[in-house]
Design a protein around this ligand. Structure first.
Ligand SMILES: N[C@@H](CCC(=O)N[C@@H](CS)C(=O)NCC(=O)O)C(=O)O
Length: 294
């Protein structure tokens, strides 16, 4: 570094202590760091996750399926603490070689099927249960276009804008400008689409909404990066209308709680193994029970 200008060396070397948030878990290599088998619960679907926007997509889908009476969608949701490096345990890497949540194992089939990447998981569940993905070819294609739009766009929001606006060790104008420009463009894409459509891909609520809502809904309601004012989120009126509409769905409210270990204790359900856990095993209930016994 001279005059504050970074000159890349001939060959990059790994500075494990670069000071940024998540520096502890970021590595330039893949594969497991330690031996650890994954727990397996009693249900056909085993989810290994955390309630980040990528994790919440899947728990919303599973809760929506159960709300429709799809018993085969019963699931165990095991907590993966990514800040502790659980995603680098050998068992997790066997399910997702990319070491990122969410990861799902379908044990209702033999041999069991592993599914990683949230978009792939949503599509797998939609096809397996014939739900939240239109059957008409044109509508199905539109839905999948938006699903894949999310997969390509959200890294600009999270890894680009969110990282440099909220997490980088210093505020750098260049990347913040670059990614703010892109995120505002993406919000405008959504806002224009939602001006003439109730849901992202048309009249029906689909896996495209489930994929997009946890990221862009959180952004415009100031729940991600505290950036709503900076981005003038209130100007994306159609995105806000859609965000609020989806937030009212009981399955969405349940899905948001699963594998959540921060925020209000009554909104945290660190692990979910049964539908009744929402009543009996929230962090608020656990804390209250501890209080009763001490
Ligand atoms: N494209 C992936 C992204 C998954 C992802 O980035 N997961 C993050 C949490 S939101 C993670 O597990 N990070 C841990 C790590 O990078 O080590 C998906 O949609 O499933």
């Amino acid at each position: 570094m001279t005059d504050g200008t970074y000159m890349p060396p001939k060959v990059w070397t790994w500075d494990a202590e670069n000071g940024g948030a998540f520096a502890k878990i970021n590595r330039p290599v893949a594969g497991p760091t330690h031996e650890k088998a994954l727990p397996v619960g009693k249900h056909p679907l085993q989810l290994y996750s955390l309630a980040t926007p990528n994790g919440v997509k899947v728990t919303i889908m599973l809760e929506e399926l159960l709300a429709q009476g799809v018993d085969g969608a019963e699931y165990d949701a095991h907590l993966i603490r990514i800040s502790d490096g659980d995603q680098f345990g050998s068992g997790f890497v066997e399910v997702n070689p990319n070491s990122k949540i969410p990861a799902l194992v379908d044990r209702s089939v033999t041999p069991a099927i592993r599914i990683f990447e949230s978009g792939s998981i949503l599509l797998y569940l939609a096809e397996k249960f014939g739900a939240f993905l239109p059957s008409d070819n044109a509508m199905r294609t539109e839905c999948l276009s938006w699903l894949f739009w999310q997969m390509g766009s959200a890294p600009m929001l999270g890894g680009g804008f969110g990282h440099f606006y909220a997490y980088a060790p210093e505020k750098f104008e260049y990347p913040i400008n670059r990614y703010t420009m892109e995120v505002k463009r993406q919000l405008d894409v959504l806002d224009r689409q939602l001006a003439s459509h109730q849901y992202i891909s048309g009249d029906d609520y689909t896996i495209a909404d489930m994929a997009i809502w946890p990221w862009y809904g959180a952004l415009v309601t100031n729940q991600a990066y505290q950036a709503a004012e900076f981005l003038e989120a209130h100007t994306y009126k159609n995105v806000i209308r859609w965000t609020e509409q989806i937030a009212q769905r009981p399955a969405v409210q349940r899905g948001r709680m699963v594998n959540r270990t921060w925020g209000e204790p009554e909104e945290q359900l660190p692990e979910r193994h049964d539908a009744t856990d929402f009543e009996t095993k929230t962090q608020a209930k656990v804390d209250a029970a501890k209080g009763d016994h001490t």
